[in-house]
Each structure stands twice: as structure tokens, then as C-alpha cells.
Write a protein that binds this ligand. Structure first.
Ligand code: SIN
Ligand code: FE2
Length: 220
């Protein structure tokens, strides 16, 4: 008979979540948001009741496969005239829904755990992926303040995060992000090219066939 002692030990609630370096100034905080998952998803439902998900049009005229909405003082939008942050949702003509307190706190805590204390995001982009949805390599560079990091929370179905370099041509590494994982990048990695490979089909207990991503940014 075999008996694995470690199977018998309860998980230590004081064990900090695993931190996985991605590059200088960039980490994956494994499972950092896992316990908050259902509360965060409920809040996403409330935000999207006020400002519905939509497929934005790129300046080049293509419809993005990711569906997006925003909460906070600023929202990221794209149309034929370019990319911008806008305090008003162009689809509703109203300000974006307020950033839920739990979102703000999570972003602050995750940034601090990654070495960026005092993070005060004014924008949260919410991305919704279905099987086949992808996000091509890009830099987050529409923010006026590049000293603040990006905090990115994965919920629901797992995805392959493409983590490249400072040049578009740098070959990206592939990092699996699961429900509750949080990626933080800033400092020397702030302008690293990144993206999401086409989402694989699956069934998640909380989101079914979807992946939801929250991206927190300080834009002003
Ligand atoms: C983004 O780069 O805006 C989103 C990344 C992700 O969905 O994890
Ligand atoms: Fe991005």
C-alpha cells in the first residue's frame, strides 16, 4: 500500500500564492484572485448590464473578436478614428459604470504583491473571450502615465498568454493562465508586446464557455 503524506496535509492558509517571474518587473501571481472569482464575475454582470459588451472596430476597420466593456473613470475604446480613453461610453452616451470596490482593492493588492505599491487605476477594461477568440500581439501604450503597471486578472476558461519582448518581432513565450491568475507588468516590461492565443473550447464551473479578463490601468 502506498501512502503519500503530503496528500494528508491540509493546505496552509498562510502560504502566499506562488509568484512566477515573467521578466524584469513582470510576474504571474498564481491563483491570487481565485477566492474572489464568483464575486468578481457577479460584478462583471452588473457592469455589463450598464455598459454592454461590444465588438469594437479597429482603426483599420476590422471587428475585434474579443468583446469589451469598461468600468471606472476612463474606458478604452477603438473606432475608425483610432484608440483612446474616453470617460463616456460611446454606445450608451453615459459615463462608464463605477469601478467596483472589490476590483480596486484587488488591483491595489496584486500590484503591491508584485512590487508596485500604491497602484490607483482609473480604468478597468473587461475582455470577454469565447472559443476561437484571440487578441493579437500589442503594447498597452495609450496611457499617459507609463510609470504605473498593468494588472491583468484571468477568470473562467484558461488561456495561453503570449509574452513577447519590446520589439514586435520578438518571439513570444506561451504562458498558461488559469482562473484566478493575475499578471502584473511594469517598469522595464511596461511596453512588452503581449496577446492571447485563440481560446480553446471548454466548460468552466463559473463561466461556462467563456474567459473573462480584467485589465486595470492608470491612464492619467
Ligand atoms: C489585454 O492585453 O488587454 C488582455 C490580456 C488578457 O486577456 O489576458
Ligand atoms: Fe494589453
Amino acid at each position: 500500500m502506498t501512502f503519500d503524506l503530503f496528500d494528508a496535509l491540509p493546505a496552509d492558509p498562510d502560504t502566499p500564492p506562488a509568484t512566477e517571474p515573467l521578466g524584469p518587473g513582470a510576474v504571474v501571481l498564481r491563483g491570487f484572485a481565485r477566492d474572489l472569482g464568483s464575486a468578481l464575475l457577479q460584478a462583471v454582470g452588473e457592469v455589463s448590464a450598464g455598459s454592454p459588451f461590444r465588438h469594437l472596430i479597429t482603426p483599420g476597420g476590422l471587428r475585434m473578436s474579443v468583446a469589451m466593456t469598461n468600468c471606472g473613470e476612463q474606458g478604452w475604446v477603438s473606432d475608425r478614428t483610432g484608440y483612446r480613453y474616453d470617460p463616456v461610453d460611446p454606445d450608451t452616451g453615459r459615463p462608464w459604470p463605477a469601478m467596483p470596490g472589490a476590483f480596486r482593492q484587488l488591483a491595489l493588492d496584486a500590484a503591491e504583491a508584485a512590487g508596485y505599491p500604491g497602484f490607483a487605476p482609473d480604468a478597468c477594461l473587461i475582455n470577454r473571450y469565447l472559443p476561437g477568440t484571440r487578441l493579437s500581439l500589442h503594447q498597452d501604450r495609450d496611457e499617459l502615465d507609463l510609470r504605473a503597471p498593468i494588472v491583468s486578472v484571468s477568470l473562467g476558461l484558461p488561456a495561453i498568454f503570449l509574452w513577447g519582448g519590446l520589439r514586435r518581432a520578438d518571439r513570444p513565450s506561451r504562458v498558461r493562465l488559469a482562473h484566478g491568475d493575475v499578471v502584473v507588468w511594469g517598469g522595464p516590461s511596461r511596453l512588452v508586446f503581449h496577446g492571447i492565443a485563440p481560446l480553446a473550447a471548454g466548460d468552466h464551473a463559473l463561466t461556462g464557455s467563456e474567459r473573462i479578463n480584467l485589465t486595470f490601468r492608470k491612464t492619467h
